[in-house]
Write a protein of this length. Structure first.
Length: 407
């Protein structure tokens, strides 16, 4: 059985981004998607020196050791522009964001001055350049904003909009086919007969794929029937870049997914030394990369998060990012008997239970850890990673944890 690290390395090294050609895409459809080309700033942001405060723009040369009175020659709201250079003894009323009038070189906050009619009295102690946001302080004209491979986040879309971009060169959206297997699996909305379970895997996996920003081809839930399963898998292999199944990859009598893959496609591996998630398959079917997830609800979502999600991100063209891991102190104790790498579901805290700040983060397990106990994952914010081999974890021992990232 190969290790988690080895399995992940093997999957990632076989994957390449879906498309080399960029697809010019509306910015409104770009959240979570990946830039196929580096984006440069066509202009500076902000594109003019502007006021950081509501107040008065003036010439610092006019100011002195004593308070000085200046004549207010214009009112300048944001969005308007004062063209005439400021003369000695003049000031302009200015609002936050409005361009600095030519000739002026400082802004004094309105709270600091006294205004009487068209005169404003300015106290001493003002400095040239104060309260002015220089052009280009955010982005210099011509600079590279984002490299190819950047997965666009919320603030990124603001930055790109401030440059006037309305479309972006993106990798095309990944197509991911999803199906669940099992005679006992029933879609919600129907009554549950004895021995049946609702199809929670398709719900979690579909939601996770939606957050990732891929196009989901939902092939439904398929019975453990050789013909039906062969047809559904073939459809996924033809239509999708990646095909994800749940169930049917362990060693039971009805675990047909593996059997069909061996016949119609290829399997690279079908067991990984991790818990949850020992039975899982990776291979190829038709044009699709195939990910066979275990049926147990915690196992399928855990394998998705730890194996499939990084793989899909690579296929989407995203630059590889390190796992977000850190150390925390274990609260309680844990006896690890098996030799596989363990991914316990945990909750990290930065405060003591009484609300006082802790000197280092600590982590507790989310109750019972069975692979069918989905509350263990819904409560968790991290995986607690226990390396291969048996171990006895005592209260206060340092452990490695990894944030659970869905998006
Ligand atoms: P399998 O991997 O097919 O042997 O399934 C292992 C366990 O997971 C069984 O108890 C199944 O009933 C359960 N299971 C399989 N598929 C699903 C699903 N889509 N939703 C919820 N539970 C499932
Ligand atoms: Mg099954």
């Amino acid at each position: 059985m190969i290790s988690y690290a080895e399995a992940k390395r093997r999957v990632l090294e076989q994957l390449i981004p879906v498309a080399r050609e960029a697809e010019e895409t509306p910015l409104t459809d770009s959240l979570g998607r990946v830039l196929a080309q580096t984006v440069y700033a066509s202009e500076a942001v902000p594109n003019h020196d502007n006021s950081a405060m509501d107040g008065y723009a003036m010439r610092s040369a006019d100011l002195g050791e004593q308070a000085v009175s200046l004549r207010v020659v214009a009112d300048l709201p944001a969005g308007s522009y004062f063209h005439t250079p400021l003369q000695a003894g003049e000031a302009v009323r200015i609002m936050t964001g409005a361009p600095i009038p030519p000739g002026s070189d400082c802004v004094v906050m309105q709270e600091q001055v006294k205004r009487q009619g068209e005169w404003v009295t300015v106290p001493p102690g003002q400095l040239p350049g104060q309260n002015i946001r220089p052009a280009g302080e955010d982005i210099a004209a011509g600079s590279a904003i984002f490299a190819a491979g950047r997965r666009l986040g919320v603030a990124d879309l603001g930055l790109l909009t401030s440059l006037g971009k309305s479309t972006l060169p993106l990798f095309r959206r990944l197509r991911v086919a999803l199906l669940s297997t099992g005679n006992e699996v029933v879609s919600p909305g129907q009554p549950l007969a004895p021995g049946q379970v609702y199809d929670s895997n398709r719900a979690t996996l579909r939601a996770a794929l939606t957050l990732l920003g891929v196009e989901v081809i939902d092939l439904g839930s398929v019975r453990d029937d050789r013909e039906a399963l062969t047809a559904a898998l073939r459809q996924g292999g033809e239509q999708a870049d990646a095909l994800i199944t749940s169930g049917g990859v362990s060693v039971g009598d009805y675990d047909l997914v593996k059997e069909i893959l061996l016949k119609d496609g290829q399997i690279d591996f079908w067991q990984v030394a991790m818990k949850p998630g020992k039975p899982q398959a990776y291979g190829r079917l038709g044009q699709a990369h195939f990910f066979g997830l275990p049926g147990n609800p915690v196992s399928s979502l855990t394998v998705y998060l730890l194996m499939v999600r990084p793989a899909l991100l690579k296929m989407m063209g995203a630059a590889t990012e390190p796992e977000r891991r850190f150390q925390a102190r274990f609260r309680g104790s844990w006896h690890k008997r098996h030799s596989r790498m363990d991914f316990l579901r945990g909750i990290v805290h930065f405060d003591h239970p009484d609300g006082s700040p802790a000197s280092s983060p600590w982590v507790e397990v989310t109750g019972a850890q069975g692979s069918g106990i989905l509350t263990s994952l819904s409560k968790a914010n991290v995986f607690i990673i226990l390396p291969e081999g048996p171990a006895q974890i005592a209260d206060g021992d340092p452990v490695t944890v990894q944030w659970i990232d869905y998006a």
